[in-house]
Design a protein around this ligand. Structure first.
Ligand SMILES: NC(=O)c1ccc[n+]([C@@H]2O[C@H](COP(=O)([O-])OP(=O)(O)OC[C@H]3O[C@@H](n4cnc5c(N)ncnc54)[C@H](O)[C@@H]3O)[C@@H](O)[C@H]2O)c1
Length: 243
């Protein structure tokens, strides 16, 4: 049975993906900082899952997540590096006194923590020999367009796209496939409730389309270094700009 490691799995996209994989018979490790939500989700899904408390910006947590997954299931085939958070601090705030060090936690989680996931995924995929493995990052539409309300979030998501396009051709030589998906507005806990109330329903991207994009990455070995923009019912594979 294939094995998946999913971060940010206690809610939203990560939880939906954990459900999709367990329904397909996969073994899944759900990783999240939310212990209660993560444990509840793992118990509800199936005995093919377990929960590992993981803060993706903590190297020891992430290393332990991968190690425990291999101890329990014997291997890792698919990683969804999915955890992400909105900006904690406004970059536009004005200080009367001495400026204080800004809170860059959004970058630490949304980019640096994802690099830990990639580094460890490559290590454990190599143990599968030529079968390799697949890692899919959850970037965002905010990695393709501007998002003035959350510039740190946008910077992290742009960073993921640069990371994916840069490493994918190199890891491909070891049959390690690296891709990312860029969801538009999906109704989850991440999105502000007031926006969900005023957003016309046909402007939303259904969770089923996001799941389809993750599934494509699992099943289509031709997808390498792809940036899959998921908007409403569509998936657009976006190319880098011309040199
Ligand atoms: N919902 C959208 O419209 C949308 C659009 C584009 C991209 N995304 C991206 O999708 C991913 C999933 O978001 P979602 O919409 O499901 O939101 P969500 O808030 O429902 O889920 C995010 C999960 O990540 C977890 N998390 C937060 N910080 C963490 C950390 N340091 N370590 C481990 N887990 C952590 C949270 O506890 C939560 O369970 C994020 O990367 C987000 O940026 C979402």
């Amino acid at each position: 049975m294939p094995v998946a490691n999913i971060t940010g799995a206690a809610s939203g996209i990560g939880l939906a993906l954990s459900r999709q994989f367990t329904e397909q018979g996969w073994n899944v490790t759900l990783a999240d900082v939310d212990v209660l939500g993560g444990q509840r989700a793992a118990e509800e899904l199936s005995d093919q899952t377990f929960f590992h408390k993981t803060d993706v910006l903590n190297w020891d947590d992430v290393a332990s997540l991968y190690k425990k997954t291999v101890e329990k299931f014997g291997r890792i085939d698919y990683v969804a590096a999915n955890a992400g958070v909105a900006d904690f601090q406004s970059l536009y705030e004005k200080n009367d006194g001495e400026p204080q060090k800004p809170n860059l936690r959004t970058i630490d989680i949304g980019l640096n923590g994802q690099i830990y996931c990639l580094y460890l995924a490559a290590h454990y995929f190599r143990q599968n020999g030529w079968n390799g493995g697949t890692i899919v990052f959850t970037s965002s539409n905010a990695g393709l367009y501007k998002l003035p309300t959350n510039p740190q979030y946008a910077a992290a998501k742009y960073g993921i796209i640069g990371l994916v396009r840069s490493v994918a051709p190199v890891f491909q030589k070891e049959n390690i496939r690296v891709n990312c998906i860029c969801p538009a507005f999906v109704p989850t806990g991440l999105e502000p409730q007031f926006l969900l109330k005023v957003m016309p329903s046909d402007h939303l991207t259904p969770m089923s389309n996001i799941m389809r994009a993750f599934d494509n990455c699992a099943k289509d070995s031709g997808l390498v270094g792809q940036v899959a923009e998921c908007s409403q019912g569509n998936i657009f594979y976006r190319e880098q700009v011309e040199y």
